[in-house]
Write a protein that binds this ligand. Structure first.
Ligand SMILES: [Zn+2]
Length: 321
């Protein structure tokens, strides 16, 4: 089963499909979560369910056309990288043309927040007074950047992150990927984040590298062992994120809240180093990681930031015993 087929079964999609059956479909829905790909799958699944005469069978001609982005009544935007005034103009033109194969016309806009205010404003009028049978399915991974006037015209649906069991099921077709278990844990319940890890061949080695820092960095002469790792901004970011999650778990564990761990598979390692880190030290280390995260956008080299970070972690570990 592909990801969209799993999505269509989700209650918030089924609820809207039911609204259509009851003749209560709204003219516009705004899906939002922190993960652009999660939002995009929701839009695709809903568009399929609304257009397909079998409520989303994924095999009929309509379904296949939607999948191939060639259905005349399901139009996807932005046409280029981000939503533009040109897209908005095209939407206004297309919206007044009657649907060809279906009884409704769907205008799907991914990442509406990734656009100028001008482009969103241009879209506003057609969302306020949409032609009959036109349905807007819009998504945003940055809810605050959607114009309030647009938000107020749409039914807003927040997509919460999935739990580990749900995401395992949704992404079942990747279950033979060597990163699968790790990706499920580290993907935080979001499709895009999990897929990124699944498609990242290096993730496993970066993860082991971070484990080494957390559990084996004990004295200043150890620091040098970690500096030969090839770093660029993306890799540094990934390392910061993994480290934050591990130190956060260690803190959670030190508070005796085992049930709140992100990654239970490391529990033996947490037990082994429990007495090396005071709670104060862990809080300070998490602050250091935050600071490093902010400073990477300045002009300091990531290699220097990384070295400073490791030395500071050691210092905090010993001064806050
Ligand atoms: Zn179908």
């Amino acid at each position: 089963m592909n990801i969209c087929e799993h999505f269509i079964k989700l209650p918030f999609i089924q609820k809207i499909l039911q609204e259509k059956k009851n003749g209560k479909l709204s003219n516009g829905y705004l899906f939002y979560s922190l993960d652009a790909q999660t939002n995009s799958f929701a839009i695709n699944a809903l568009a399929t369910g609304l257009i397909c005469k079998n409520n989303g069978c994924f095999i009929c001609e309509d379904c296949v056309k939607i999948k191939n982005i060639s259905h005349p009544d399901v139009l996807f935007y932005p046409k280029e990288k981000s939503f533009s005034v040109f897209d908005a103009k095209d939407i206004i033109e297309q919206a007044y043309k009657k649907p060809i194969l279906s009884d409704i016309k769907i205008i799907a806009i991914n990442d509406i927040d990734n656009s100028s205010i001008e482009a969103q404003n241009k879209l506003l009028k057609i969302i306020e007074e949409p032609p009959q049978n036109v349905i807007f399915l819009i998504s945003s991974a940055n809810f605050d950047k959607v114009l309030p006037t647009i938000k107020s015209r749409l039914i807003k649906i927040e997509i919460c992150s999935f739990n580990k069991e749900e995401i395992k099921e949704i992404l079942e077709k990747y279950k033979n990927n060597k990163n699968f278990d790790l990706a499920i844990i580290k993907g935080d319940g979001y499709i895009g984040k999990t897929l990124n890890i699944l498609n990242n061949n290096d993730y496993n080695s970066t993860f082991e590298f971070c484990k080494n820092i957390v559990f084996n960095l004990k004295k200043s002469s150890d620091v040098i062992n970690f500096l030969s790792y090839r770093l660029d901004k993306d890799k540094f970011n990934e390392i910061l994120e993994i480290l934050s999650s591990m130190y956060r778990d260690l803190l959670v564990y030190n508070f005796g809240k085992e049930n709140l761990l992100n990654d239970e598979s490391l529990i033996k390692d947490y037990i082994a180093v429990k007495n090396e880190f005071s709670k104060t030290a862990l809080v300070e280390i998490l602050n250091l990681l935050n600071e490093a995260n902010e400073r990477q956008y300045s002009n300091v080299s990531v290699n220097l930031l990384f070295e400073t970070l490791l030395i500071n972690i050691l210092e905090v570990k010993y001064t806050c015993r």
